[in-house]
Design a protein around this ligand. Sequence first.
Ligand code: SF4
Length: 311
Amino acid sequence: MKNEIKILLAAPRGFCAGVDRAIEIVKKTLNKYGSPVYVRHEIVHNKNVVESLKKLGAVFVEEISEITDVSRPVIFSAHGVPKKVPEEAKLKKIFYVDATCPLVSKVHRETEQLYRRGFDIVLVGHKNHPEVIGTMGQLPKGSIKLIENIEEVKNLKFSKPLAYVTQTTLSVDDTKEIIDALKEKFPKIKGPIKEDICYATTNRQAAVKKIAPNCEMFFVIGSRNSSNSARLVEVAKKSGCKNSELIFYGKKAPLEKIKNCKIIGLSSGASAPEELVQNFISEIQKNMIVSIEEVITANEKVVFKLPKELN
Ligand code: SF4
């Protein structure tokens, strides 16, 4: 006889408006300009998305220098790019379409304005993440100090007025601790008017926080290089579900681990297609009697316009 299991399904989960827009940009560029179309870096951090776009004619490269046919368009990924990237494309006369999420572009504009106004700038984020590379690359080298954790606040020394910005996909709670520490050490530090952690990151973490304490195990569908998916696993663990894990590309539902669970939680990162969530549930359904309760903590209606080149 099959065991019964209840899945608490987080909502919102999965694709955000920035990811939707970036994928649409690749498809529309292919429609308008034909294939191949180059994409610099994974358009969003999800292998399934990347593979499906490759089938339509997208060619993924890490740098502009890898583009062999300069007559073809190139698209910049949703994470944003350093200023030198469009400059290099212009120099080589390569037509480009920028799929940087508008909420990442907002952080870029903030850093530029702060720099112009003479501030020293601290960026709270994860070293080597493409978004962080893109944000730091809006200004001359050495103009932004990156900090990753509260420990690093202790060693900071600044002589000019100070301001901070953050990566968009950080842990809301961990970032608050770092910002509180910054404010304690530098009471006059200037922050963004509207915070930089985006609505999608905030909403997905809030949904996980609500569900995780009631679950024996929690699963997040997403890629290993997806910052917001990794944060969802951390949030689930910190909220009381120690047995939380990421289900990344190629990893199956861990049926052996959940066979004696009564309640598990499920969510997905902002770059993970809903199809992967449904496949995960179907795998469990083959082995167990599943009931699903969707726990809705916010309704999202955000839609971003496409770049003018594609209208
Ligand atoms: S996670 Fe947030 S910042 Fe990143 S693409 Fe989605 S909406 Fe934009």
